[in-house]
Write a new protein. Structure first.
Lengths: 238, 347
């Protein structure tokens, strides 16, 4: 392999790694796992182009926007990257979204008269909170199965359990701007405050329901994507 | 009526359509995209033998509907939920008028619901009165995410909506079906958000609020509201077809609904012609929560299934249920909330 070829392979890998940090806000999963990244290309000059596709023509444009914008941001953060383009295909608002994100415009600016300014971050936060709650419910269930009591769970901090069990939880905390170090409470509300033992069962129940909702939504979206474009390559890995 | 293992199930399909998305009626790329999106739902969640050719899916006949809902679909009653989409289809997609023409032919089997849009102001209130006078409405179907003029959608908590809900209460239009499914127009708010249902349900305790698709994809928010508001119901359209390809998820969703609500507030709907009632009903009656999930979610009893498939709707819509299809008299330990199987719910 020549140096250039190795470099090209490394760069393609770096692009995929960067895109893997982009979540579908509603489904709480990376767009790469969901099969939303159709193709990626890297030019000799460091330009990067990624093409995204979604399960339906009418997927909510606000969430579509967030994914396209986040993808562009993730690509632009690559040290060697030149011009970065993210193209959303086959969507009723493709044109507005591609143009808007490409020119660094805001959502409200791209849909004049159809959106209020400054609501997108709030929208994103609502879904990260759901993901945060669902991650706690999954963890709580595992720990209860291992014999932990509600009292022990309520007293626990992140450092008390193996790191591999709290990867998603810590990521969601970071996105919410909440402490995610070893001393932070394992079970926390939207503001990062520890959940007392008496309220913990309720907290975990709500998280379970949030997780079922997210999961059911994901099942539908994956199925719709598969009938629209054929089964994704990720399918076999799951 | 569906009979299985000596049990009679009174069937009310609470969510059916009679649409026209033929090429001649399709106005623009949005109408084209809309029907293809619906079609993908059919292809995604149906058994192979229940997937139609696209041509038929765009426009099916009256005979198709009668055959699928009544001849083979076991329904004693079915309820039309209109979907106007006047901006996508020349004559509208699935209007009260189109549904109603069919309902007039089968007055003892088909119920037609109306619709309103509070952004129409005073004239809209008059229109609703006229619609009621013509069709004797017992329910309405509302799409809060629909765009109109410069508006980005509306909410049941908007001041204008209160006048419409008050009019419904006065006219005896008791059943308010709310569609919180896939959004149609650009909005940066969460168009699926169900929080406004909470407000309306508190303000109008005499009305029933049936949230279609059980609030999916906002199941958790929906359950939270339904726990607090006794007049909020979960419609199973879109949810029930999970039973075929994703039975574990179906078990979890129905389990969550039974946990947060109760078996009196979950109602069946096929969303025909996306799905056909025959296979949904057969599969549901045969269904049980998988054993490893039963400690969390319990089991589905025959009585629960009978309520969901028809008895709950019968109560909401005052439909007479033959004695052999009724539940044995309510047992006191089931709680005071268990109402009669027929007669008025909240008159």
């Amino acid at each position: 392999m020549t140096a250039t070829v190795t470099e090209a392979v490394d760069r393609a890998t770096a692009v995929n790694t960067a895109l893997a940090t982009v979540l579908d806000p509603e489904l709480d999963r990376p767009i790469t796992e969901l099969g939303f990244v159709r193709s990626v290309s890297v030019g000799a000059d460091g330009s990067v182009e990624a093409t995204l596709r979604l399960p339906t023509y009418f997927c909510a444009p606000n969430f579509a926007w967030l994914m396209v914008e986040d993808a562009r941001r993730a690509l632009a953060a690559l040290s060697w990257a030149g011009e970065c383009r993210v193209i959303l295909e086959d969507h009723f608002a493709s044109e507005e979204i591609n143009e808007g994100v490409g020119c660094g415009k805001g959502f409200a600016e791209s849909f004049p008269g159809l959106a209020d300014p400054d609501r997108m971050e709030e929208l994103r936060a609502v879904f990260v909170r759901k993901g945060h709650l669902a991650a706690q419910a999954r963890l709580g269930k595992r720990l209860v199965e291992r014999g932990w009591t509600m009292l022990q769970l309520a007293d626990a901090v992140l450092g008390d359990v193996p790191e591999r069990l709290t990867v998603t939880l810590r990521r969601r905390r970071t996105l919410l701007g909440l402490p995610s170090g070893p001393a932070a409470p394992l079970f926390a509300d939207d503001q990062g405050r520890p959940v007392p033992a008496a309220a913990l069962e309720w907290h975990l129940r709500r998280g379970r329901t949030a997780g079922v909702g997210i999961g059911a939504n994901t099942e539908v979206c994956e199925g719709l994507l598969a009938v629209r474009y054929g089964p994704s390559e990720e399918e076999g890995n799951r | 009526m569906y009979h299985k293992d000596g049990v009679d199930y009174f069937i009310v399909d609470g969510h059916i359509h009679y649409w026209d998305a033929s090429e001649e009626n399709t106005t623009n790329k949005y109408g084209e995209g809309f029907i293809r999106c619906f079609y993908d739902y059919q292809r995604n969640l149906s058994p192979q033998e229940w997937v139609w050719p696209l041509e038929k899916f765009r426009k099916y006949s009256e005979q198709d509907l009668v055959h699928d809902i009544f001849d083979t679909g076991y329904a004693d009653w079915a309820i039309f939920q209109p979907t106007y989409l006047s901006e996508f289809y020349h004559e509208g997609f699935n209007t009260t008028e189109r549904n109603g023409a069919l309902a007039r032919k089968y007055p003892d089997r088909l119920i037609v619901n109306g619709a309103f849009d509070p952004r129409e102001g005073e004239p809209g209130l008059e229109r609703l009165e006229k619609l009621h006078a013509e069709w004797n409405l017992r329910g309405v179907k509302l799409y809060t995410a629909e765009w109109r003029g410069s508006s980005k959608g509306w909410k049941l908590s908007d001041p204008e909506a209160q006048d419409y809900l008050a009019l419904c209460a006065r006219l005896g239009i008791r059943n308010i079906h709310i569609h919180k499914g896939p959004t149609i127009w650009p909005l940066n708010r969460d168009a699926f958000d169900v929080a406004d249902v909470d407000h309306a349900a508190s303000a109008f305790p005499e009305l029933n609020f049936i949230v279609e698709h059980a609030g999916l994809p906002r199941l958790d928010d929906f359950c939270w509201i339904a726990t607090q508001e006794p007049n909020v119901y979960a419609g199973l359209s879109v949810v029930l077809p999970f039973i075929h390809t994703r039975p574990r998820y179906f078990a979890k969703i129905i389990g969550e609904l039974l946990y947060w609500l109760d078996d009196d507030r979950i109602v069946f709907g096929s969303d025909y012609a996306i799905w056909s009632p025959k296979w949904l009903i057969e599969r549901f009656v045969d269904f049980q929560i998988p054993e490893d999930l039963q400690s969390e979610y319990g089991v589905l009893t025959t009585d629960i299934k009978r309520k969901i498939l028809g008895l709950n709707h019968a109560r909401l819509y005052d439909l007479k249920v033959p004695e052999h299809a009724q539940l044995p008299t309510a047992r006191p330990e089931e709680g005071a909330s268990v109402g009669p199987n027929t007669g008025s719910a909240a008159a």
